[in-house]
Ligand binder design. Sequence first.
Ligand code: FPP
Length: 238
Amino acid sequence: MSIPAKSPRHVAIIMDGNGRWARKRGRPRLLGHRAGAKRVREIVEACPDNGVEYLTIFAFSTENWKRTQEEVAGLMSLFRRYIEAEAQDLVKEGTRIRFIGDRLRLDAKLQRLMNWVEALTAHNTRVNLTVAINYGGRDEVARATKRLARDVAAGRLDPEEITDETLPRYLDTHVLPDPDLVIRTSGEARISNFLLWQSAYAEYEFVDTLWPDFRRADFEAILARYTGRDRRYGGATA
Ligand code: FPP
C-alpha cells in the first residue's frame, strides 16, 4: 500500500458516543465502553499502513469523575483489563504505549500497570499510541506551570527563557509532536479540554459516527480528506 505524501504524522481522537451506542440498544453504558475499547486496536493497526506515526486517544477526562461511581469504576476496571489483555500483542505488533494525564489520582494497581506497560513497550517504534487518562488540557498546563515555577524558584530556569518553545517541555506530551489532525466522533463539535496547547494548528474533523461504530474505513476516509487540505500555519496561500 502506498502512503500518501501528506499523511498526518500525529492523529488525536476524542472517542465519543459510547453511551449513546449502548442506549440505542437498551444496554448499560459500560457495554458501550467495552464495545469502544474493541475499536481501538483496529484504528491503531491502520496507522502504520497510512503513514500515521502517533495516535493519541482520549479515554478519561478530568471531568469524567463526575459520572456515576459505577461508570467510573467500570471504566477504571476496563483500563486495567485492557492493559493486561493487550500488553503482549502491543509488544508483538511494535506498538509503543504511553499515558498522559495526572496518573497520581488513579488507583495504585492501575498506575503500576501503566508504568509496567510503558516500560515493556519502550523499545517499540512501529506506532506510538498515547492514551489520555485523567487528562484535561487546562490541568496539564497548570501542572506544567507548577513544575516550571519550581525550576525558576530553584534557579534552574531563568524566567527570560520561558517561551512558546520552552514551556511545552513541561507538558505531559513533551516527547510527542503536536497533533496534525484531531477527530471527534458522535456528532459533537467541541474539543472538551483535549490537547489545548498542542492543537493550536491542528485540523479538526467532526464525524457523526458513534465511536463503537467507527471502523478502519471511516478513519481512512478522514485521512484521505486531510491529505487534500492546505495547511498554512497562519501564513498566506501559495
Ligand atoms: C465517551 O463516550 C467515551 C468515554 C468517556 C470513554 C472512552 C473509553 C473507551 C473508548 C474505552 C476504553 C479505551 C481504552 C484505551 C481501553 P460517552 O460515554 O461520553 O458517550 P455519550 O456521549 O454517548 O454518553
